[in-house]
Design a protein around this ligand. Structure first.
Ligand SMILES: C[S@@+](CC[C@H](N)C(=O)[O-])C[C@H]1O[C@@H](n2cnc3c(N)ncnc32)[C@H](O)[C@@H]1O
Length: 119
């Protein structure tokens, strides 16, 4: 799901991020594990990410991955997250971060199923 950036609503950058955070966190369900994407987060390798996905599956949790807009994520989203995940120490454009995340999730599922794709 893609939420509209609050910056289009002519809010100050801090207020826009807070408003986006409210919209994001209001969608969280009790069974969700929130994973905030942020370059300052934990760097996992693909096997570690697959283990995290597997743990969520075993615990009947849904993973809610959150990627920020141009201004990044409000601190309240990172604070509320079960995991803050970094894809690299470099800052990526959010659309590229989404593509990398989707590919890594595909890889994680192939690892969990023992398929050869991740080699
Ligand atoms: C253009 S970046 C925002 C940069 C913003 N100046 C900041 O300090 O957070 C947009 C979003 O892409 C995601 N992103 C960018 N680089 C990332 C990375 N290396 N690892 C994980 N997520 C990243 C984050 O969710 C970020 O909020």
């Amino acid at each position: 799901m893609e939420l509209t950036e609050a910056s289009g609503k002519k809010l100050k950058p801090g207020d826009a991020k807070a408003s986006e955070a409210e919209a994001i966190l209001s969608r969280r369900k009790p069974q969700d594990w929130v994973v905030a994407l942020d370059e300052r987060g934990s760097l996992l390798d693909s096997v570690e990410l697959s283990r995290y996905v597997g743990k969520a599956q075993t615990g009947a949790k849904d993973l809610l991955f959150v990627i920020g807009g141009d201004e990044g994520l409000d601190a309240s989203v990172r604070d509320a997250a079960n995991l803050t995940l970094s894809l690299s120490k470099m800052t990526l454009p959010h659309r590229l971060a989404r593509v990398v995340l989707v590919e890594q999730l595909y890889r994680a599922f192939t690892i969990l199923k023992g398929e050869p794709y991740h080699k």
